[in-house]
Design a protein around this ligand. Sequence first.
Ligand SMILES: [Zn+2]
Length: 322
Amino acid sequence: MKKMLFMSMFILILSCTKRELSNTIFVEPEIQPYLDDFVAEAAKRGYVVDFSDTGLIMEFGETPPGTSATCLGRGNAHEGLHHMIFDKEAWDSRTPDNNASRVYHELGHCELSRPHDNTRLVNNMWKTIMRGQPFASDEEGIARAFYGFRKPYYIDELFDADTPSPFWTTLQFEYDEIQQLQTETLTSFSAVSDTIFELLQTVEQFEFESIVSIENLNENLYFQWGTKENGAYLNIHGRDKTIVVGIIENGRTYRLHQKNHPDIDFTKKNKFTIREQSNFCKIFVNEEFEFLLDTLNTPLLSIGLDSDGGAAVSLFKVSKIL
Ligand SMILES: [Zn+2]
Protein backbone atom coordinates (compact mmCIF):
# COMPACT_ATOMS: atom_id res chain seq x y z
CA MET A 1 0.00 0.00 0.00
CA LYS A 2 2.76 2.34 1.04
CA LYS A 3 4.59 1.45 -2.14
CA MET A 4 1.51 2.15 -4.26
CA LEU A 5 1.05 5.51 -2.59
CA PHE A 6 4.65 6.36 -3.30
CA MET A 7 4.25 5.28 -6.93
CA SER A 8 1.14 7.37 -7.46
CA MET A 9 2.79 10.37 -5.85
CA PHE A 10 5.74 9.87 -8.16
CA ILE A 11 3.48 9.74 -11.21
CA LEU A 12 1.65 12.82 -9.94
CA ILE A 13 4.92 14.72 -9.58
CA LEU A 14 6.07 13.59 -13.01
CA SER A 15 2.84 14.66 -14.68
CA CYS A 16 2.87 17.99 -12.87
CA THR A 17 6.41 18.62 -14.02
CA LYS A 18 5.44 17.72 -17.54
CA ARG A 19 2.40 19.96 -17.55
CA GLU A 20 4.35 22.86 -16.10
CA LEU A 21 7.05 22.45 -18.69
CA SER A 22 4.57 22.11 -21.53
CA ASN A 23 3.28 25.53 -20.67
CA THR A 24 6.66 27.10 -20.29
CA ILE A 25 8.85 28.57 -22.97
CA PHE A 26 11.84 30.35 -21.54
CA VAL A 27 15.07 31.00 -23.43
CA GLU A 28 17.83 33.28 -22.14
CA PRO A 29 18.11 36.26 -24.52
CA GLU A 30 21.80 35.44 -25.14
CA ILE A 31 20.91 31.88 -26.20
CA GLN A 32 17.93 32.85 -28.36
CA PRO A 33 19.94 33.65 -31.55
CA TYR A 34 21.56 30.20 -31.36
CA LEU A 35 18.17 28.55 -31.02
CA ASP A 36 16.87 30.60 -33.96
CA ASP A 37 19.81 29.38 -36.07
CA PHE A 38 19.10 25.78 -35.06
CA VAL A 39 15.44 26.13 -36.08
CA ALA A 40 16.51 27.69 -39.41
CA GLU A 41 19.05 24.92 -40.08
CA ALA A 42 16.37 22.33 -39.24
CA ALA A 43 13.92 23.99 -41.66
CA LYS A 44 16.51 23.88 -44.46
CA ARG A 45 16.59 20.11 -43.95
CA GLY A 46 12.83 19.65 -43.83
CA TYR A 47 12.39 19.54 -40.04
CA VAL A 48 9.74 21.71 -38.45
CA VAL A 49 10.92 22.54 -34.94
CA ASP A 50 8.09 23.73 -32.76
CA PHE A 51 8.23 23.65 -28.97
CA SER A 52 4.56 24.43 -28.35
CA ASP A 53 3.81 20.78 -27.47
CA THR A 54 6.91 20.08 -25.34
CA GLY A 55 7.71 23.45 -23.80
CA LEU A 56 11.30 24.66 -23.73
CA ILE A 57 13.64 25.95 -21.08
CA MET A 58 17.17 27.05 -21.99
CA GLU A 59 18.71 28.79 -19.02
CA PHE A 60 22.01 29.58 -17.33
CA GLY A 61 22.64 27.71 -14.11
CA GLU A 62 24.62 25.01 -12.39
CA THR A 63 25.68 22.06 -14.54
CA PRO A 64 26.96 18.63 -13.39
CA PRO A 65 30.67 18.47 -12.45
CA GLY A 66 32.93 18.29 -15.49
CA THR A 67 30.30 19.64 -17.87
CA SER A 68 29.35 23.09 -19.08
CA ALA A 69 25.93 22.23 -20.49
CA THR A 70 23.30 19.64 -19.77
CA CYS A 71 19.92 18.49 -20.96
CA LEU A 72 17.70 17.25 -18.16
CA GLY A 73 16.07 14.57 -20.28
CA ARG A 74 15.99 13.00 -23.67
CA GLY A 75 13.13 13.61 -26.02
CA ASN A 76 12.02 14.02 -29.57
CA ALA A 77 10.07 16.58 -31.51
CA HIS A 78 6.84 15.90 -29.63
CA GLU A 79 7.71 14.65 -26.16
CA GLY A 80 10.29 14.62 -23.43
CA LEU A 81 11.79 17.13 -21.13
CA HIS A 82 13.19 20.03 -23.15
CA HIS A 83 15.08 21.65 -20.32
CA MET A 84 18.69 22.67 -20.91
CA ILE A 85 21.12 24.36 -18.54
CA PHE A 86 24.31 26.15 -19.60
CA ASP A 87 27.19 27.32 -17.42
CA LYS A 88 27.37 31.10 -17.77
CA GLU A 89 31.08 31.44 -17.06
CA ALA A 90 31.98 28.86 -19.72
CA TRP A 91 29.50 30.47 -22.12
CA ASP A 92 31.11 33.89 -21.72
CA SER A 93 34.59 32.50 -22.39
CA ARG A 94 33.72 30.82 -25.70
CA THR A 95 33.53 31.86 -29.33
CA PRO A 96 30.06 31.94 -30.95
CA ASP A 97 30.68 28.73 -32.94
CA ASN A 98 31.88 26.90 -29.86
CA ASN A 99 28.74 27.95 -27.99
CA ALA A 100 26.60 26.97 -30.99
CA SER A 101 28.08 23.46 -30.92
CA ARG A 102 26.98 23.12 -27.24
CA VAL A 103 23.47 24.41 -27.95
CA TYR A 104 23.10 22.11 -30.97
CA HIS A 105 24.43 19.16 -28.97
CA GLU A 106 21.88 19.61 -26.18
CA LEU A 107 19.07 20.08 -28.71
CA GLY A 108 20.37 16.91 -30.35
CA HIS A 109 19.48 15.07 -27.12
CA CYS A 110 16.20 16.86 -26.37
CA GLU A 111 14.69 17.42 -29.79
CA LEU A 112 16.36 14.85 -32.07
CA SER A 113 16.64 11.94 -29.56
CA ARG A 114 20.31 11.52 -30.33
CA PRO A 115 22.51 9.78 -27.75
CA HIS A 116 26.26 10.29 -27.40
CA ASP A 117 28.25 8.82 -30.28
CA ASN A 118 32.05 8.72 -30.17
CA THR A 119 32.58 7.36 -33.68
CA ARG A 120 35.49 8.99 -35.49
CA LEU A 121 36.08 9.97 -39.09
CA VAL A 122 38.97 8.46 -41.06
CA ASN A 123 41.15 11.45 -40.15
CA ASN A 124 40.50 10.76 -36.46
CA MET A 125 38.23 13.76 -35.93
CA TRP A 126 34.81 13.29 -34.35
CA LYS A 127 32.10 12.05 -36.69
CA THR A 128 29.51 14.06 -34.81
CA ILE A 129 29.10 16.91 -32.36
CA MET A 130 27.07 14.36 -30.32
CA ARG A 131 30.36 13.02 -29.04
CA GLY A 132 30.39 12.95 -25.24
CA GLN A 133 30.91 11.08 -21.97
CA PRO A 134 32.16 8.47 -21.37
CA PHE A 135 35.44 9.00 -23.24
CA ALA A 136 38.26 6.51 -23.71
CA SER A 137 41.55 7.90 -22.36
CA ASP A 138 42.88 8.70 -25.85
CA GLU A 139 39.68 10.52 -26.84
CA GLU A 140 39.65 13.26 -24.19
CA GLY A 141 41.70 15.76 -26.15
CA ILE A 142 40.05 15.38 -29.55
CA ALA A 143 38.67 18.73 -30.61
CA ARG A 144 35.20 19.35 -31.99
CA ALA A 145 35.86 21.53 -34.98
CA PHE A 146 32.44 23.12 -35.41
CA TYR A 147 33.86 25.92 -37.48
CA GLY A 148 34.33 27.23 -41.01
CA PHE A 149 34.35 24.74 -43.86
CA ARG A 150 33.74 21.79 -41.49
CA LYS A 151 30.61 23.24 -39.92
CA PRO A 152 28.07 22.44 -42.69
CA TYR A 153 28.95 18.74 -42.45
CA TYR A 154 28.47 18.69 -38.67
CA ILE A 155 25.04 20.33 -39.01
CA ASP A 156 24.02 17.87 -41.75
CA GLU A 157 25.19 14.98 -39.58
CA LEU A 158 23.26 16.22 -36.56
CA PHE A 159 19.99 15.97 -38.49
CA ASP A 160 20.99 12.83 -40.40
CA ALA A 161 23.48 10.46 -38.76
CA ASP A 162 23.91 8.68 -42.13
CA THR A 163 25.43 11.75 -43.77
CA PRO A 164 28.38 10.60 -45.92
CA SER A 165 31.89 11.33 -44.73
CA PRO A 166 32.90 14.89 -45.73
CA PHE A 167 35.46 15.80 -48.40
CA TRP A 168 37.96 17.20 -45.91
CA THR A 169 38.69 13.92 -44.14
CA THR A 170 41.02 12.69 -46.88
CA LEU A 171 42.71 15.94 -47.94
CA GLN A 172 46.49 15.73 -47.92
CA PHE A 173 48.93 18.42 -48.96
CA GLU A 174 52.55 18.25 -50.00
CA TYR A 175 55.03 20.56 -48.42
CA ASP A 176 56.91 20.85 -51.72
CA GLU A 177 53.98 22.45 -53.54
CA ILE A 178 55.41 25.85 -52.58
CA GLN A 179 58.22 25.39 -55.10
CA GLN A 180 55.72 25.94 -57.88
CA LEU A 181 54.61 29.23 -56.38
CA GLN A 182 56.28 32.61 -56.55
CA THR A 183 57.12 34.13 -53.21
CA GLU A 184 58.66 37.34 -51.97
CA THR A 185 60.43 37.32 -48.60
CA LEU A 186 59.13 40.04 -46.29
CA THR A 187 61.45 39.25 -43.46
CA SER A 188 63.84 36.53 -42.40
CA PHE A 189 65.88 36.50 -39.24
CA SER A 190 66.93 34.43 -36.32
CA ALA A 191 66.28 35.44 -32.76
CA VAL A 192 67.30 33.85 -29.51
CA SER A 193 63.89 34.19 -27.99
CA ASP A 194 60.35 35.49 -28.37
CA THR A 195 59.54 37.76 -31.22
CA ILE A 196 56.69 39.53 -32.97
CA PHE A 197 56.81 40.62 -36.58
CA GLU A 198 54.46 43.42 -37.56
CA LEU A 199 53.59 43.56 -41.23
CA LEU A 200 53.60 46.96 -42.83
CA GLN A 201 51.19 45.93 -45.56
CA THR A 202 48.08 43.80 -45.85
CA VAL A 203 49.07 40.37 -47.05
CA GLU A 204 46.38 37.98 -48.18
CA GLN A 205 48.47 34.96 -49.10
CA PHE A 206 51.55 34.21 -47.08
CA GLU A 207 53.91 31.61 -45.81
CA PHE A 208 55.42 31.73 -42.37
CA GLU A 209 58.22 29.40 -41.34
CA SER A 210 59.99 29.03 -38.08
CA ILE A 211 62.67 26.65 -36.90
CA VAL A 212 62.59 26.48 -33.15
CA SER A 213 63.79 24.35 -30.31
CA ILE A 214 62.33 24.43 -26.85
CA GLU A 215 65.09 24.64 -24.28
CA ASN A 216 62.98 23.72 -21.30
CA LEU A 217 60.25 21.18 -21.98
CA ASN A 218 58.11 22.74 -19.27
CA GLU A 219 57.71 25.70 -21.61
CA ASN A 220 55.16 25.91 -24.39
CA LEU A 221 55.50 27.64 -27.73
CA TYR A 222 52.73 29.92 -28.89
CA PHE A 223 52.61 31.06 -32.49
CA GLN A 224 49.85 33.53 -33.20
CA TRP A 225 48.97 35.30 -36.42
CA GLY A 226 46.37 37.83 -37.53
CA THR A 227 45.83 40.48 -34.89
CA LYS A 228 46.01 40.18 -31.14
CA GLU A 229 42.26 39.82 -30.75
CA ASN A 230 41.40 37.98 -33.97
CA GLY A 231 43.39 35.38 -35.79
CA ALA A 232 44.68 31.88 -35.30
CA TYR A 233 47.22 30.06 -33.17
CA LEU A 234 49.53 27.08 -33.20
CA ASN A 235 50.69 25.90 -29.79
CA ILE A 236 53.32 23.31 -29.02
CA HIS A 237 53.19 21.83 -25.57
CA GLY A 238 56.68 20.64 -24.70
CA ARG A 239 55.97 18.29 -21.84
CA ASP A 240 53.13 16.28 -23.39
CA LYS A 241 54.38 16.64 -27.00
CA THR A 242 51.09 17.93 -28.23
CA ILE A 243 50.32 20.31 -31.08
CA VAL A 244 47.18 22.38 -30.85
CA VAL A 245 45.66 24.62 -33.52
CA GLY A 246 42.76 26.99 -33.07
CA ILE A 247 41.23 30.34 -33.84
CA ILE A 248 40.91 33.54 -31.83
CA GLU A 249 37.79 35.67 -32.03
CA ASN A 250 37.52 38.83 -29.95
CA GLY A 251 40.21 37.48 -27.67
CA ARG A 252 38.45 34.14 -27.14
CA THR A 253 40.20 31.00 -28.33
CA TYR A 254 38.57 27.94 -29.90
CA ARG A 255 40.67 24.77 -30.24
CA LEU A 256 40.02 22.99 -33.53
CA HIS A 257 42.85 20.47 -33.59
CA GLN A 258 44.96 18.60 -31.08
CA LYS A 259 47.43 15.85 -31.84
CA ASN A 260 50.04 14.07 -29.85
CA HIS A 261 53.51 13.68 -31.44
CA PRO A 262 55.45 11.19 -29.33
CA ASP A 263 58.18 10.86 -31.99
CA ILE A 264 59.19 14.51 -32.10
CA ASP A 265 62.01 15.71 -29.88
CA PHE A 266 61.02 19.29 -29.20
CA THR A 267 64.39 20.12 -27.63
CA LYS A 268 65.89 19.73 -31.13
CA LYS A 269 65.27 22.06 -34.06
CA ASN A 270 61.80 21.55 -35.54
CA LYS A 271 60.24 23.37 -38.45
CA PHE A 272 56.73 24.79 -38.32
CA THR A 273 55.11 26.10 -41.49
CA ILE A 274 51.90 28.08 -41.81
CA ARG A 275 50.89 28.61 -45.41
CA GLU A 276 47.79 30.59 -46.24
CA GLN A 277 46.68 30.54 -49.87
CA SER A 278 43.66 29.68 -52.02
CA ASN A 279 41.07 29.93 -49.25
CA PHE A 280 42.83 27.56 -46.89
CA CYS A 281 45.58 27.75 -44.34
CA LYS A 282 47.81 24.68 -44.31
CA ILE A 283 49.95 23.82 -41.35
CA PHE A 284 53.00 21.59 -41.67
CA VAL A 285 55.25 20.23 -38.94
CA ASN A 286 58.70 19.19 -40.13
CA GLU A 287 57.34 19.32 -43.69
CA GLU A 288 54.55 16.85 -42.89
CA PHE A 289 50.97 18.03 -43.34
CA GLU A 290 49.41 18.56 -39.91
CA PHE A 291 46.11 20.42 -40.20
CA LEU A 292 43.94 22.42 -42.58
CA LEU A 293 42.41 25.60 -41.25
CA ASP A 294 40.12 28.22 -42.76
CA THR A 295 41.80 31.43 -43.88
CA LEU A 296 41.81 34.32 -41.46
CA ASN A 297 38.71 36.47 -41.46
CA THR A 298 40.83 39.50 -40.56
CA PRO A 299 43.87 40.91 -42.38
CA LEU A 300 47.23 39.51 -41.39
CA LEU A 301 48.96 42.23 -39.41
CA SER A 302 51.39 40.37 -37.21
CA ILE A 303 52.95 37.00 -36.52
CA GLY A 304 54.37 36.33 -33.12
CA LEU A 305 56.10 33.68 -31.09
CA ASP A 306 55.74 33.63 -27.36
CA SER A 307 57.52 31.02 -25.26
CA ASP A 308 58.15 32.86 -22.01
CA GLY A 309 61.74 33.06 -23.14
CA GLY A 310 62.20 29.30 -23.30
CA ALA A 311 62.80 28.89 -27.04
CA ALA A 312 65.75 29.24 -29.36
CA VAL A 313 64.61 30.50 -32.75
CA SER A 314 66.95 29.67 -35.64
CA LEU A 315 64.59 30.89 -38.34
CA PHE A 316 61.66 33.25 -38.40
CA LYS A 317 60.65 33.94 -41.95
CA VAL A 318 57.57 35.55 -43.46
CA SER A 319 56.99 35.48 -47.22
CA LYS A 320 54.24 36.83 -49.39
CA ILE A 321 52.81 34.36 -51.90
CA LEU A 322 52.43 36.24 -55.18
ZN1 LIG B 1 25.50 15.20 -24.30
